[in-house]
Each structure stands twice: as C-alpha cells, then as structure tokens.
Design a protein around this ligand. Structure first.
Ligand SMILES: C[S@@+](CC[C@H](N)C(=O)[O-])C[C@H]1O[C@@H](n2cnc3c(N)ncnc32)[C@H](O)[C@@H]1O
Length: 251
C-alpha cells in the first residue's frame, strides 16, 4: 500500500532529480514563484496590472514573496468573470492580496450590481480538517497570523465586499448568491476546498471561472488528486498551470 509519506518521498526525489537538470535555457525573462521561462512578460509593463499588483502586495498577504504571474492569472480570471452576470467568491483570503488586486484590475464600477464574498478563518488552517495526506505534505493547524481587522480595513472603501469570518464549510450558507461568476479556492487544505467547490458548482453561471491556487504545486498533490476527481465527476478537466494554479470553467 502506498502511504502519503511514500508519495511525499517520491515527489521530493523527483524534484531533486529535476533540479540537477538545466530546465530552461537562458536568457530567462522570468524566474519567480517556482516558474522560469524565456517567454514574453509584457504583462509586467501593463500599467493596469502594475497598479493591481501593487495594491495586492500592499496588503501583506504574500509576505516577502512575489507572485506576479499568479496574480496576473487571477486578474485575468476576474476580468473575464466581470463580463458575466454573477457574484465573486474567494475561500481562503489571508490579508486579501489576490482579492484586492482583482478589484483594482477590474475596477470598482464592475461591482455596481455584484458582491465579492471573502471567506476565511482569518487565523489559519483548522486542525480537524487536516487529513493524513495533507499532514504528510507539511500542512499544520494555524500557520497564518490573525488578520480579520486588517482585512476589514483594506476593504472598507469597497462596500460591495462582504468579509465572512469562520470555518469553511460552516460559513458557506452565508454566501446567499444564486449566481456566481468567479470562485477562487485557496485554503491549502482538501476538505474545505472540495466542500466549497461542491456547494458553489451548481450556482456557477455558464462560463464562470474557478481558480484553484494550490492545484498544481508539488506540495499540494492531495488537492490535485481531489480536484481531478471532482472535475471528472462533472465531465470537465482542470487546466494545470505552470504557475502552480489550476483553472476550471463551468460549461
Ligand atoms: C494561502 S492563504 C490564502 C491566500 C490569499 N488567497 C491571498 O490572496 O493571499 C490560505 C488561507 O486559507 C485560510 N483557511 C484555511 N482553512 C480554512 C477553512 N477551513 N475555512 C476558512 N479559511 C481557511 C487560512 O486562514 C489562510 O488565510
């Protein structure tokens, strides 16, 4: 029988083996957040993205890290969803970095008749939800500083934002929307992530985007396995992103 620890050992072995290879020939245009490429990074010069990224980064959500390409994908997904009818939901917010970047990129006027729900404990993972697999991958209770008051302050200028404090899935009924066009899932923990996807899938409008922040990270393999099964059951396929994210579109 293959245990979660076996999976972890194999992944670490694979990563060590790959790290001895010269993976991407230079000159590199981008090397950050686990992604190196020679391809165009023109988006980094786009003033609209520059403003959005700065607003997200200023929340402190990403610590000292930079996640330009992931943030670009989130902004793109938000801009797409803003052309559809439906509310925005993020489960796993921390200090609101991605949500704040998306609002800046899309513009507050896009939220004239939609809400943006932000769901989080605002103090990290919940012990009872951490599976043996997640534990083997390094997940632990907590892991994030208390930040509810900071998040409320960050989003005070945006009355369409509803900050929902508590544990997913307990708080899911507080999202009363019948139509949702954007769902971001980023809780670093399988059970609440799948619970959120199951609860909201029927309410996603056609073309809605589901952004899975953890899906394609090596240290989040349980999420990939769980979301592949979720997608298979609905006859859709997750797009694995070189950024570590995954994207689902609602048919
Ligand atoms: C990686 S962070 C989210 C990062 C965020 N999307 C950003 O833009 O920076 C993961 C978050 O998930 C939250 N979280 C983990 N398990 C949760 C649960 N069961 N219910 C609500 N929030 C949870 C943590 O408190 C933490 O803030």
């Amino acid at each position: 029988m293959i245990t979660p620890l076996d999976v972890l050992r194999r992944l670490r072995h694979g990563a060590r083996r790959l790290s001895r290879k010269r993976l991407v020939d230079g000159p590199l245009t981008f090397a950050e957040d686990g992604l190196a490429t020679q391809h165009s990074t023109a988006f980094l010069e786009d003033p609209r993205f520059v403003r959005a990224y700065a607003a997200g980064k200023a929340t402190g959500s990403w610590g000292g890290a930079d996640i330009h390409w992931r943030a670009q994908v989130a902004c793109w997904a938000g801009a797409h969803a803003a052309r559809l009818e439906g509310d925005f939901v993020e489960c796993g917010v921390n200090r609101g970095g991605l949500a704040r970047a998306i609002i800046e990129f899309v513009g507050a006027e896009a939220f004239r008749s939609r809400r943006f729900y932000l769901l989080d404990t605002f103090h990290g993972l919940v012990e009872a939800q951490i599976s043996d697999e997640d534990r083997a991958m390094g997940r632990r209770e907590g892991g994030y500083e208390e930040c509810y008051d900071a998040v409320v302050d960050t989003f005070r200028p945006f009355p369409f934002v509803e900050v929902v404090r508590g544990t997913v899935p307990d708080t899911l009924p507080r999202v009363t929307s019948e139509r949702i066009s954007f769902l971001s899932i980023d809780m670093n923990c399988v059970p609440p992530e799948i619970a959120a996807a199951e609860a909201f899938w029927p309410r996603l409008v056609r073309g809605a985007v589901v952004l899975l922040d953890d899906y394609n990270f090596v240290e989040h393999q349980p999420q990939r396995v769980a979301f592949d099964a979720f997608a298979r059951a609905r006859d859709v396929v997750v797009l694995p992103m070189p950024t570590g994210q995954g994207i689902l579109l609602k048919p």
